[in-house]
Design a protein around this ligand. Structure first.
Ligand code: ZN
Length: 476
């Protein structure tokens, strides 16, 4: 006899379920019952309905697909302030002439306005968890306020607090803005630990130590960041080998390739999460795989900044955990459906092999592997998992016919097709609208903050209504 579930908080019914649980990957006309923050039952709609008692709210999801919430494993929400600016620049000038001056000028009020809209963008487009590598400004109050803003919108994740510490040789070579290196190593660690105590590992939004880039952060400070992550049972985060010149700088400063150096300094563990990891040789891939470290692939950003294409197959085969990210609204928007599609297309082109990925693999990267990185029971739909899932409407003309719906999810679906979002058992988006915040006010506040910061950062020269198309014709 099937056990009854008393007092069901939410019942989502009538959808086809793409569970990412290999025991039962697809359930047609299924239902999910939520009790508290957990999936209490999942299965064919009639079976689940027969078990549920005292249902507080039923949501009819006929014509939609329910899947685990998408996990944006690397972004910079404050960068929304510079949305549409910095086009036509490669990474080094992009950082030196646009992003770092912007970052150095951002105050708490600007940052929070941007974070709230970025988090709202994420929630509305089906992203249920975000790792926000927040590095401007990084005082304790703002760092915690970023976490609170995300929680107010209702999403899960982490504020990976950007740590700079003292300026080192790599930072000078990278032309980093000195104003970001304003705290001593001791202060960086104290602020991060204070934030970790306020938002511990069991919080909806955690705090992670995030020495910003392996090429321009002091070695001891990176080691202390890992220790802090272990002590508080969270992951830690950094940028690594995004561009070829970073690797060249690393080799010239340390005499070793980045991953060999990280390995020799005890920095590769299963809590280690690196954004990018594009320029890796075979030995580096093996070391990352052996350590079960996470590499976050940011396919749209990597195209935008012409950084390169990740070696997806070799990294997965070596045993590394590969998650997907957007890497900031200023370069890639916040639509994880777009990230899945781009990741797939890029690999096909890199390998000249259309069999090198699949829609199913992309969903795993975007959901399950992100969950593994968060060290949370999310990214899969099964009894006992945390209730983080989305319902996607496939009835629009641009999605029909959806004969093999799993391919719709990675080819034609847009974030705006998401109609319901549940995070931690809470129904945070209903019929495409936030149930948590005033959307119009969040948008207006972010526009206002963006205008102010463009003036303050002295980057008004980047604001041009139109530039001559001729300047892009010259081949190098
Ligand atoms: Zn980044």
């Amino acid at each position: 006899m099937m056990t009854k579930i008393e007092n069901v908080d939410l019942l989502f019914t009538g959808a086809d379920l793409y569970t990412l649980n290999e025991d039962e990957p697809v359930i047609y006309n299924g239902a999910i019952a939520v009790v508290g923050n957990t999936i209490a039952a999942i299965g064919p709609a009639s079976d689940v309905a027969a078990r549920c008692q005292n249902i507080k709210r039923t949501v009819d999801c006929s014509g939609t697909v329910i899947m685990p919430g998408l996990i944006d494993a690397h972004t910079h929400q404050f960068q929304l302030l510079g949305r549409t600016l910095g086009d036509g620049m490669s990474l080094l000038p992009w950082l030196a002439n646009f992003m770092l001056p912007l970052a150095a000028s951002v105050d708490s009020k600007h940052a929070l306005a941007a974070v709230e809209l970025a988090a709202l963008n994420s929630a509305l487009s089906g992203t249920t968890a975000v790792v926000d590598n927040h590095y401007a400004p990084v005082d304790a109050e703002t760092t915690l306020a970023v976490a609170h803003s995300m929680q107010r919108v209702g999403i899960r994740g982490a504020v990976a607090r950007g740590i700079f510490g003292p300026m080192v040789e790599g930072g000078v070579r990278m032309n980093c803005d000195e104003r970001l290196f304003k705290y001593s190593a001791k202060e960086e660690l104290e602020i991060t630990e204070h934030c970790l105590q306020q938002q511990p590992a069991n919080s909806l939004v955690q705090i992670w130590p995030a020495p910003v880039n392996t090429v321009y952060i002091d070695k001891e400070l990176m080691q202390a960041s890992l220790e802090l992550a272990v002590k508080h049972d969270v992951s830690w985060h950094a940028h690594m080998s995004e561009s070829q010149f970073e690797v060249e700088i690393h080799e010239s400063v340390y005499g070793q390739r980045p991953v060999n150096w990280l390995h020799d300094n005890g920095l590769l563990t299963d809590r280690t999460t690196f954004a990018h990891g594009i320029w890796l040789d075979d030995e580096e891939i093996k070391l990352l795989g052996n350590a079960k470290s996470t590499i976050i692939h940011n396919p749209v950003s990597n195209q935008y900044l012409a950084s390169g294409i990740i070696k997806l197959g070799p990294l997965l085969e070596a045993g590394a955990n590969i998650a997907l990210g957007t890497d900031g609204v200023a370069v890639a928007g916040s639509d994880m459906f777009e990230a899945m599609k781009s990741a797939q297309m890029l690999q096909h082109l890199r390998e000249y092999d259309a069999e090198s990925t699949s829609a199913e693999l992309m969903l795993h990267l975007a959901c399950r592997n992100g969950g593994q990185m968060l060290r949370k029971n999310v990214g899969v739909l099964k009894t006992g998992a945390l209730a983080d899932f989305i319902s996607v409407d496939l009835r629009g003309a641009h999605n029909q016919p959806a004969t093999r719906a799993v391919c719709s999810l990675t080819s034609s679906v847009r974030g705006s097709d998401v109609c319901h979002v549940v995070v931690d058992g809470e129904h945070i988006v209903a019929d495409g609208r936030s149930t948590k915040v005033d959307q119009d006010k969040v948008v207006a506040d972010a526009i206002q903050a963006s205008k102010q910061i463009i003036e303050k950062a002295g980057i008004t020269d980047l604001v041009a209504a139109w530039r001559s198309p001729k300047r892009f014709y010259t081949s190098k």
